[in-house]
Each structure stands twice: as structure tokens, then as C-alpha cells.
Design a protein. Structure first.
Length: 142
């Protein structure tokens, strides 16, 4: 059972491994349960996000995610109903861990940015909370 008591303080930047070679570039790799605290069940990415557009604007009941700006930059606004925090992602070797019951909105996408998402579960529509007021209600029912 996932705790409804997660807060924005539980959202953390994770250093991902880098292999660097000045002659041929850099490489970052990720293993589930080694570099991230869950098995990776799904990978997807956002790209070609129009200027001024927002993405996400939801929370999850069970799913844990890692967001990575593999190209460009964007901001992730995190909200637990009591506190908000904005984190700028702009390095392909940092992942932002977001646990369940945290509202997330992705904004301020730079031109050419790509957001890679590593997810702990396959896609289940029933896991999504699309209504912010529903999230607040669920958290208050503790």
C-alpha cells in the first residue's frame, strides 16, 4: 500500500551514472533497482512540446516516476496540497524521483527539449488522479 503522506520533500534528484570521453561524448545508463528505487516497467518521452504548453497536471495512486531532461530543459512544479516546489531539469544525468500522490505539472519547455520518463508500472488509467481537488480530498481522508 502506498502512503498518501508523501510530500514534495520526498521528491528527490537522483544522480545517474555517466561515462565520459572527451573524444566521443558522454553516455548515461539506468538500471532498475540499482540506479532508481524501482523496477522499470515503462519508458516514454515527451518532445516537440509547443512554447507555453503545460504537460502532466496529474498525480498517481501507485506509480513512481523518474523524469529526466535528456535534451533541453523544463520545470517540474510539484504540489502535495500543502507545499509547492519547482525544480528545473536541465541535465541528462539527473533524474527527478516523484512518488505517488504528488501533483506534477511540467512547464517552461525550452526549444528542442525532451523529457524521458521511467515508470514503475505499465499504463493504467485507473492509477491517474486528473482532478486536483480529488487529490486534496484523498489526502485529507487520512
Amino acid at each position: 500500500m502506498v502512503s498518501l503522506k508523501t510530500t514534495v520533500a520526498d521528491c528527490k534528484l537522483i544522480d545517474l551514472p555517466q561515462v565520459a570521453n572527451n573524444m566521443i561524448g558522454k553516455l548515461t545508463y539506468v538500471y532498475g533497482r540499482r540506479h532508481v528505487p524501482f523496477d522499470i516497467a515503462r519508458v516514454y518521452y515527451l518532445y516537440d512540446v509547443p512554447g507555453g504548453a503545460e504537460r502532466a497536471a496529474h498525480a498517481h495512486k501507485e506509480l513512481h516516476q523518474i523524469l529526466v531532461a535528456v535534451s533541453g530543459s523544463f520545470d517540474v512544479v510539484l504540489d502535495d496540497g500543502l507545499e509547492k516546489k519547482s525544480i528545473n531539469l536541465n541535465r541528462p544525468y539527473y533524474g527527478l524521483l516523484i512518488p505517488p500522490y504528488i501533483w506534477r505539472t511540467l512547464v517552461n519547455f525550452s526549444s528542442g527539449s525532451v523529457c524521458l520518463t521511467l515508470a514503475s508500472l505499465p499504463y493504467y488509467e485507473s492509477d491517474y488522479i486528473h482532478d486536483y481537488n480529488q487529490l486534496i480530498k484523498l489526502r485529507k481522508e487520512l
